[in-house]
Ligand binder design. Structure first.
Ligand code: HEM
Length: 537
């Protein structure tokens, strides 16, 4: 008799609702069948072979076998929190409507729900959160016009300016494909030494800001250049900045080593514990604005994400603040499955021709269809809080049908006169886009100017920051092959004598050792840069 008491056919609704003796809820399987024995598989006699029709066991183990989805190809380790954005209604001391019609910014005090995911970049899902690495700072605004994602980082610039180089950059920072050694400096700097536009980002990643003390004490930046569009259809270029109310704090390499000796998840814990204590992290959102053209008067291209916009010329203007007051209820649902992308803009916000931005915009939703599934936008954390009415149907894990109110459910196409969806009213201002002409080509942008901003950043740093940068670079480059070291010293000397001389000294490389190096084949130096190369050091 013992052999026949399996519970996989017990399905009466009333038996499912019965509380157990102790008052705890009763375990069921996913079909709603009550589980009577969660300790023993069904087998022929107490010691006999298991049977294949044991649905309860097979369902449990096969769901477990599928618990993991692919981790993000970058930014795998991260933590999400929720809260709100509150608009000031102004940008600096002007009404925000002068520059953008985006509804979330217009009224003073208007609140929009947000989800924010902070992350490291290169490590896997369980890697150290105090690694020297940029940090991701991705914000999803659930606005009344649908979602807006601002997918940024904590450093304000990036390693490369063309999306076609992203897989190479990331491969160089991911584990060695043979040994799986993580972030091998020789591979990292092999790529960087051949990629002069990375120098600005490198001077930030290896500075104290390369290891934030917590997610709460890091800045955020949109990094890429976007546009704002006002009611008349006029556009301006815009860059976004998040400033933490609690100030910016970083770890030294030694602090970080101590933290990660005991704890790989210090940032996530810090974030959730602060929220639990009621110390809600807060950032102010500021923007820099620029007239929408190519600005030949500047020594950099406004669409080049390896450059910061000088704040003296393009002052920071506050537009609102963001408060995070809720941790996820479930890490997988709200952190692993949340999906951000640079293509997710609302009316009043627009793209620029930044060559990184277009590539990113394809990449995010592409990876999410693979990583989460083609219906990832139906998941509650990703779905907009507004009306959604599409003719998209089916696909893996379709959870609902995006029927418009009153839509004839038979009509999943457009146009139709049988009660299907219709197009919205065409906004007149969309006729005012720029007129573009040009030859189809593959060309680097003319104003690369890869050395001026890293050099200036070094000169403007405080002494302890310079010491830290030099020490971190010497430490990492010390683990690289000599030709990689020499090329890096050459770049650093091109940016700033003191930086190149001090790092060179730490590596035993003088300007004389590198002066013979030709510019890289991918580089076109300006006359000024050529003169500098001829007199290095
Ligand atoms: C995540 C691609 C540049 C910030 C990702 C993901 C991909 C990707 C495929 C994984 C997304 C997912 O699985 O949900 C790219 C490409 C880039 C690029 C192709 C260059 C062309 C950047 C830049 C920034 C950035 C410049 C910073 C401004 C982020 C952040 C995440 C992310 C914050 C994590 C989002 C999250 O928390 O879910 N990127 N990325 N990426 N990227 Fe990029």
């Amino acid at each position: 008799e013992d052999d026949q008491c399996e519970g996989n056919t017990m399905t009466s609704a009333s038996s499912q609702q019965q509380p157990s003796d102790s008052g705890r809820p009763v375990l069921t399987n996913r079909q709603g069948h009550v589980v009577y024995d969660n300790q023993n598989q069904r087998s022929v006699g107490a010691r006999g072979p298991a049977t294949l029709e044991n649905y309860q066991f097979l369902e449990k183990i096969s769901h477990f076998d599928r618990e993991r989805i692919p981790e993000r190809v970058v930014h795998a380790r991260g933590a999400t929190a929720f809260g709100y954005f509150e608009a000031y209604g102004t940008v600096g001391d002007e009404p925000v409507a002068k520059f953008t019609r985006a509804k979330l910014f217009q009224e003073k005090g208007k609140r929009t729900d947000v989800a924010v995911r902070f992350s490291t970049v290169a490590g896997g899902r369980d890697s150290s959160e105090v690694a020297r690495d940029p940090r991701g700072f991705a914000v999803k605004f659930y606005t009344e016009d649908g979602n807006w994602d601002l997918v940024g980082n904590n450093l304000g610039v990036f390693f490369i300016r063309d999306a076609i180089k992203f897989p190479d950059l990331i491969h160089s920072q991911k584990p060695d494909p043979v040994t799986f050694e993580r972030q091998d400096p020789n591979r990292v700097f092999d790529f960087i030494s051949q990629t002069p536009e990375a120098l600005h980002m490198v001077t930030l990643v290896f500075s104290p800001r390369g290891i934030p003390a917590s997610y709460r004490t890091q800045q955020g930046f949109g990094v890429n250049t976007y546009k704002w569009v006002n009611q008349a259809g006029d556009t301006v270029l815009v860059k976004y900045h998040w400033s933490p109310k609690s100030g910016v704090r970083s770890h030294t390499a030694a602090d970080a080593a101590n933290v990660q000796a005991n704890d790989l998840g210090s940032h996530t814990r810090d974030l959730y514990q602060a929220i639990e204590r009621g110390e809600y992290p807060e950032w102010e959102l500021k923007v820099q604005l620029m007239d929408d053209h190519d600005h030949p008067e500047l020594d950099f291209d406004p669409l080049d994400d390896t450059k910061a916009w000088p704040e003296e010329l393009f002052p920071l203007r506050a537009v609102g603040r963001m408060v995070l007051d809720r941790a996820p209820e479930n890490f997988f649902l709200e952190n692993e499955q949340i999906a951000f992308g640079t293509g997710v803009l609302v009316d009043g916000l627009d793209f620029s021709d930044d060559k990184m931005l277009v590539g990113r915009t394809f990449s995010y939703s592409d990876t999410q269809r693979y990583r989460v599934g083609p219906n990832y936008l139906q998941l509650p954390v990703n779905a907009p809080r507004t009306r959604v009415a599409t003719n998209q149907r089916d696909g893996q894990m379709a959870y609902g049908v995006d029927l418009g109110e009153g839509q004839n459910p038979h009509v999943n196409y457009e146009p139709s006169i049988l009660g299907g969806l219709r197009e919205g009213e065409y906004p007149a201002h969309d006729e005012q886009g720029p007129e573009l002409t040009g030859r189809l080509t593959r060309k680097r942008i003319p104003r690369t100017n890869d050395y001026a901003q890293p050099g200036e950043r070094f000169r403007l740093s405080q002494e302890w920051e310079r010491d830290d940068l030099v020490a971190n670079l010497v430490d990492a480059l010390g683990q690289c092959d000599r030709p990689v070291q020499e090329r890096m010293v050459w770049h650093l000397l091109m940016a700033e004598d003191e930086l190149g001389l001090r790092v060179g000294e730490g590596l035993g490389i003088s300007p004389d050792d590198v002066r013979h190096l030709e510019p890289l084949p991918t580089q076109r130096l300006s006359d000024e840069e050529k003169a500098r190369a001829a007199n290095l050091g």
